[in-house]
Design a protein around this ligand. Structure first.
Ligand SMILES: Cc1ncc(COP(=O)(O)O)c(C=O)c1O
Length: 369
């Protein structure tokens, strides 16, 4: 058997009529920038996340950047985030001249450990960016309680967790601000780059809106230094067509997640989802002994795998200047050495999953090195 890591073609085949007609409408209208599709997407997704405002932007990275810009983050400020995440989370902090201050993750959820946050807060700390890794929201109540007590903002990096719930509330609608990504492989993915910033705060929403249009207040009148951070109308049309199926897809992802877990839990560490959470399984990631050998074995047998992420951010060359060293964040380091993502999509079949499970079990039962 030969599998795909994420099968985006199967998804397109299912929604082809809706997607093609959405794209055709944009082409016919010749409204390529902003316009109805973008406004409609913003309205629908903000309502889904449970907040009043959504601003469609050019990527998850730009969504994070715009969030920090809206809070006026500048050189000398410190922002707390986990070192075990995609680089964008910390990169945007550094881009603004501020300092990413890493806090290790929880061993079971792989999300920032709230118990370790307070120790890292200084008089320069301005905010916290928790990440909902692999599709499960971080412990937002604990994080927001600390933030409130210490006068910090919280931006939820929901690039992997859009659609997940935390104590019955949706990711991206939890703290002061939430952001997500529409990178094609995300739970709600477009066919290119895109993202969204969510907030309930009208002033912040206006600020983000302005910042994503070069800081414009009115046409060609620029109040702030901003960026070109818009989402394309064609992406918005694709996302609107796909959003109709998001809840169904999330249920499928959860079923596929449980199926893997049932088949693998006695041989590897399977994902742990807190009882008060639901996960959207942006990735299905296991902790595995002899991870690299297992990955090689699976690849040789037609099962593609990925490592999210092989090196935590404090050990990345780009962040050498921060002065961290090996051993500083032991849970992140241990997780980087053992984590392995298996093929996952709402449309992976039971046969395919059975094949993957069989190959993982075979690897361990035969003691392959
Ligand atoms: C946790 C996290 N943050 C930020 C991003 C950046 O999103 P984008 O690729 O849309 O810029 C991603 C996407 O890969 C992500 O997984």
């Amino acid at each position: 058997m030969k599998l795909n890591f994420i099968d985006l073609k199967r998804q397109y085949d299912r929604y082809k009529t809706d997607i093609d007609s959405g794209i055709a409408e944009v082409l016919e209208s010749a409204q390529f920038i902003l316009g109805n599709k973008v406004a409609e997407l913003e309205k629908q997704l903000a309502a889904y996340a449970g907040v009043r405002f959504g601003i469609g932007v050019s990527s998850g990275t730009d969504a994070l950047l715009l969030g920090l810009m809206a809070y006026g983050v500048k050189s000398g400020d410190e922002i707390i985030c986990p070192p075990f995440t995609f680089i964008a989370t910390a990169e945007v902090i550094a881009l603004l001249g501020a300092r990413p201050v890493f806090v290790d993750i929880d061993e079971r959820t792989y999300n920032i450990d709230p118990a370790l946050i307070e120790d890292r807060i200084t008089e320069r700390t301005r905010g916290i960016i928790p990440v909902g890794l692999y599709g499960q929201v971080a412990d937002m109540d604990a994080i927001c309680t600390i933030a409130k007590r210490r006068g910090l903002f919280v931006i939820e990096d929901g690039c992997q967790s859009f659609g997940a719930t935390y104590r019955g509330r949706r990711s991206c609608g939890l703290p002061d601000m939430g952001v997500t990504s529409f990178f094609p492989s995300k739970p709600l993915g477009g066919y290119g780059d895109g993202g969204m910033v969510f907030t309930d705060d009208e002033e912040m929403a206006k600020m983000i809106y302005s910042l994503h249009l070069h800081g414009e207040e009115k046409r060609y009148q620029h109040k702030y230094i901003g960026i070109n951070g818009r989402i394309d109308a064609i992406q918005a049309a694709i996302l609107l067509a796909k959003f109709k199926y998001l809840e169904d897809e999330i249920k499928l992802r959860q079923q596929k997640g449980s199926y893997y877990t049932d088949g693998l839990k006695d041989v590897v560490v399977t994902p742990y989802v807190e009882p008060h959470n639901t996960s959207v399984y942006a990735q299905y990631s296991i902790m595995a002994d002899r991870r690299d050998a297992l990955s090689k074995y699976l690849n040789e047998h037609g099962v593609p795998t990925a490592i999210h992420y092989p090196r935590p951010l404090h050990l990345q060359e780009a962040f050498n200047y921060l002065g961290y060293k090996e051993g500083d964040f032991p849970v992140s380091e241990k997780t980087s050495n053992g984590i392995l993502s298996l093929p996952m999509s709402p449309f992976i079949t039971q046969d395919e999953q059975g094949y993957v499970i069989g190959k993982v079990r075979e690897f361990y039962s035969q003691g392959i090195r």
